[in-house]
Design a protein around this ligand. Structure first.
Ligand SMILES: O=C(O)C(=O)[C@H](O)CO
Ligand SMILES: [Mg+2]
Length: 258
């Protein structure tokens, strides 16, 4: 049975971010993920996790100026120093929370030429080396161009090639089933083929990004396949509930009682 992690950025929006930890624990989640903890101190985030008996599955490194439209820094020319500083910040939060994996966002980049690829690889190498000293994995996630036009990492094979070329034991793939289906389809075969490099999985219905099992894919079949493939990591519930978060959790009971 996959270990589900509530995505506190998308779920439990009925309450303020810091209240979402208790809300998730209350309905039985034992793990959570979120995009960015950086509006609060590392100590406060660590406390909320511990108070509620929650394991942090994942969060993202600082993405640059999100409000201004930035979506990561790793592939951006001229932002290397800022990227390195963001790694330090993320590792401070990692030490305080005990998270074992951090998502590095590539950024929006109009070009995917050799220079941009070199910058991206350099950034990832730096992040892997810094995080590796703390036993932390770095994950990279292809994101579909409809949701994030211009995002540099928009292809699963490109991500796999990057991971293979850099050959760092702590560099892995964040396989978001929602993005995979929109970008390429062929989800089941991709899970089988890419499982050796998968470090984190996320799920939502396609195309509306709501509760699993409400879209075009057989999500339960995909979740069962994760077990068959021996996946022992977390499955982040990165979806926008159609209505009330708790009222929408019936899909999880239905999956567990199969
Ligand atoms: O959008 C997603 O799917 C993510 O997982 C991100 O962390 C960032 O947007
Ligand atoms: Mg995702």
């Amino acid at each position: 049975m996959p270990q589900f992690a509530a995505n506190l950025t998308m779920m439990f929006n009925e309450v303020a971010f810091l209240e979402r930890f208790a809300a998730a624990a209350m309905v039985g989640f034992t793990a959570v993920e979120f995009l960015f903890p950086y509006d609060h101190t590392p100590e406060v985030i660590g406390e909320r996790l511990r108070e509620n008996g929650l394991t942090p599955a994942l969060f993202n490194m600082p993405p640059g100026n999100w409000q201004a439209g930035e979506r990561g820094l790793a592939a951006l020319d001229g932002r290397q120093n800022e990227f390195r500083a963001s790694v330090d910040v993320a590792l401070r939060y990692a030490r305080s929370t005990g998270v074992r994996r951090l998502h590095v966002m590539s950024g929006l980049a109009s070009r995917k030429d050799a220079a941009a690829v070199a910058i991206y690889r350099n950034s990832l190498t730096y992040a892997c080396d810094q995080a590796g000293a703390d036993g932390i994995d770095i994950v990279i996630e292809p994101i579909n161009p409809r949701d994030m036009p211009g995002y540099f990492l928009n292809d699963f094979d490109f991500a796999a090639d990057t991971i293979s070329a850099l050959d760092r034991p702590n560099l892995k793939l964040q396989f978001d089933i929602y993005h995979r289906q929109i970008i390429h389809g062929d989800v089941l075969t991709a899970l089988r083929r890419l499982m050796p490099i998968i470090g984190h999985v996320q799920i939502a219905s396609v195309p509306l990004r709501n509760e699993p099992a409400t879209g075009e894919l057989d999500d339960f079949r995909l979740l069962r396949e994760l077990d068959i493939l021996g996946y022992k990591g977390f499955v982040g519930c990165e979806y926008r509930p159609v209505g009330n978060t708790v009222a929408g959790l019936g899909w999880m009971d239905a999956f567990r009682s199969q």
